[in-house]
Design a protein around this ligand. Structure first.
Ligand SMILES: C[S@@+](CC[C@H](N)C(=O)[O-])C[C@H]1O[C@@H](n2cnc3c(N)ncnc32)[C@H](O)[C@@H]1O
Ligand code: SF4
Length: 418
């Protein structure tokens, strides 16, 4: 299964390689997304795989200055026309919200900003003042990492707020935003179907525009992952996970939400809340990725090293992966599957000569995982569940490999995905 997956996802022998100093370039795609990584959190959740460090107020200014310089550095390289969307991810980006006005103003000196501006945060960092600032700076959508509406689960996954505070943060956010996503996690240790049903019903009841639900990934390098090797963390088995997913699908659809990704369901006409990981994008900050035609780059994950590199006039990008046209097409297909629908015409153009990929898509249809729906090939409920599983494998096999190395070394020589 692992080998099959690898050949399917990465047909070529791929690896990240160290970028020799001053050999970094970016072709200037005319329309590009921007991602800002803000790696600060008030407390570190034991299951979390992301690049984050404990919040230290002394680091905020140096980090902000490095971001401002990095924007200038990158802007000088390319011939960019406009920015199609901006995403602030983390960490907990709202921990430095008071600086986002300056950051966006600086960005607008070099790029024409056209699309939505989205941000993610944790319920513990929501205040009326922060929401007011976000509105003032032009943010159009916000995601709250609620995870659960039950204190026993919030405690067990190490979240530092109560369900009461989570409800309060949603109500407060609703006063300022009409495009809110809430993240939930399921398949948590000792979680039963009835527990998940409760969280799901509450998420649908509080009346937000989008709900995104992730099954718990136990990355081996996270504290939970390490703990799992010592004493089994009892997570629900395959059948229960499947039922949980079916519940998510059925309850969301019958409440008027439509799938927008294998994890996410949306209601109403607002732009889908999403991070800028779908097309070409530039990432700023420690641990941010940049995807442009021909290459995928990663900035150093080490926050001090990031600040130092930028202050010395160097690029923060430390490793790169060559992206052939074939990989670019597969990357495109990956995101269309993630979004649960593939536009037939573009698929036909991109994979005209690729019999293997066409065969695989036909196989999906044969096994009832996808069906024709007008101009699209649409994933079915069954298909979405299996893509969930595939994502799980992808995360644990490949993201784990890259992120654990990037977290351990500020400039790894080579990361092979073999
Ligand atoms: C970067 S975090 C979001 C913002 C904020 N830091 C927070 O935790 O609320 C993005 C989302 O990923 C999900 N997530 C984090 N670690 C996960 C894991 N190990 N397995 C599954 N989902 C996870 C959570 O739902 C979280 O809200
Ligand atoms: S899950 Fe969110 S709040 Fe928790 S450590 Fe990770 S990024 Fe920070």
């Amino acid at each position: 299964m692992k080998k099959f997956l690898k050949r399917l996802l990465f047909p070529e022998n791929i690896q990240f390689e160290k970028i020799p100093q001053n050999e970094f370039s970016i072709p200037g795609p005319s329309n590009i997304g921007v991602y800002f990584h803000i790696p600060f959190c008030l407390s570190l959740c034991p299951y979390c795989p992301y690049n984050k460090i404990k919040y230290d107020s002394n680091l905020v200014k140096p980090y902000l200055n490095a971001l401002l310089k990095e924007i200038e550095q990158i802007a000088r390289l390319g011939d960019f026309e406009s920015i199609s969307s901006i995403y602030f991810g983390g960490g907990t980006p709202t921990l430095m919200v008071e600086h986002f006005g300056d950051l966006l103003e600086h960005l607008s000196k070099f790029f024409k900003i056209e699309g939505d501006i989205f941000i993610e945060t944790s319920p513990y960092d929501i205040t009326e003042e922060k929401l007011r600032l976000l509105k003032k700076y032009g943010f159009s959508g916000i995601s709250l990492g609620v995870q659960s509406f039950q204190d026993k689960f919030l405690r067990s996954i190490g979240r530092k707020y109560t369900s009461k505070e989570a409800y309060h943060s949603i109500e407060l956010t609703k006063k300022y935003f009409d495009n809110i996503n809430i993240d939930l996690m399921f398949a948590l240790p000792n979680e039963m179907l009835s527990d998940w049903e409760f969280d799901l019903k509450e998420a649908l009841r509080v009346g937000v525009e989008q709900i995104t639900a992730y099954p718990l990934f136990t990355f081996p390098y996270s504290s939970v992952g390490k703990f799992k090797n010592i004493r089994e963390v009892k997570v629900p088995n395959f059948l229960i996970r499947k039922k949980m997913f079916e519940m998510l699908y059925d309850y969301s659809v019958s409440s008027g939400y439509q799938p927008v990704s294998v994890w996410g369901f949306k209601k109403g006409e607002h732009h889908e809340y999403s991070s800028v990981t779908r097309g070409d994008y530039i990432g700023f900050g420690a641990g941010a990725g940049t995807k442009v035609p021909g290459w995928f780059y990663l900035n150093t994950f080490d926050v001090d090293h990031y600040i130092k590199k930028i202050n010395q006039g160097n690029f923060a990008e430390v490793v790169k992966m060559d992206f052939t046209e074939k990989m670019d097409n597969l990357f495109w297909l990956y995101w269309r599957i993630y979004e649960t629908r593939i536009p037939k015409e573009e698929f036909q153009i991109k994979f005209e000569k690729d019999k293997k990929v066409k065969f695989l898509v036909n196989l999906l249809k044969l096994f009832g995982m996808a069906c024709d729906e007008g101009n699209y090939i649409q994933l079915t409920k069954r298909g979405m569940f299996y893509v969930h599983l595939l994502q799980n494998q992808f995360a644990l096999n490949y993201i784990e490999k890259v992120w654990s190395r990037m977290l351990a070394e500020s400039e790894p020589d080579k990361i092979s995905l073999d």
